[in-house]
Design a protein around this ligand. Sequence first.
Ligand code: ZN
Length: 285
Amino acid sequence: MRLLTFEHQGSQRVGVRSGDSVVDVSRVDPDLPPDLVSLLEAGPDALAAAGEAAERGEGIDAGAVRVVAPVQEPEKILCIGLNYADHAAESNMPIPSEPVVFSKFSSTIIGPGDAIRLPSVTQSVDYEVELVVVIGTAGKDISESDAMDHVAGYTVGHDVSARDFQLEKPGGQWLLGKTFETFAPLGPDVVTPDEAGDPHNLGIRCILNGETVQDSNTAQLIFRVDQLIAYLSRVITLQPGDLIFTGTPPGVGMARDPQLWLKAGDTVVCEVDGIGRLENPVVSG
Ligand code: ZN
């Protein structure tokens, strides 16, 4: 099932995408909550009911609705650095022995088509396509063998990164470099695991102004989704709607010669096969 959040008559609704149409599932079944995180919190029975509502409900033309980020205000956005072996090498960093974890605030999140804004205080903003895990069921100290039961689905994320802040400020300001507003385009759909298939065998790429700049496969992940959930939940209780950005493959602008930074007028497409295509323009300010 492909879940999404869309705007309709001034309010946000949870939808299920079927081909070229979107069904407003809580309109078909009023027992269902009208937002995605509440639907996830309601558990597997509610998700099954959403699927049934999508089958019997009348669809709206997907081109006629404004799709926004599927999750707007997660409690946590957890991001994994250097999680593709080739990307660690191009960054001149050793392959980590444990996941490298940082975060972004939810004020970074924008949806498909929204503009990535380049702040004037940074001169080196980079792109990073990522597979994003959306947590469905809360948990602490989750074992690797149980971890996939906590996954609601997968979406596409763009971990926009100001490299001068991340790497050149005293101490390395990963948080500030990653958390400028608009620096987390997300969506369009959350694809449930039954439909997504094996999350560790998905083509993943970033296309900048029509040119493919990152092109890899999630088979290259150093720490897999189950390992990440187990690792993070030793420290943090994961909550429904929490997002895990799983890391980016090689090809980032920082590692190129000459280096390649986002500029106003660019268009960035982030794609994960079977999960989705996320396109955002870049503007100054
Ligand atoms: Zn990243």
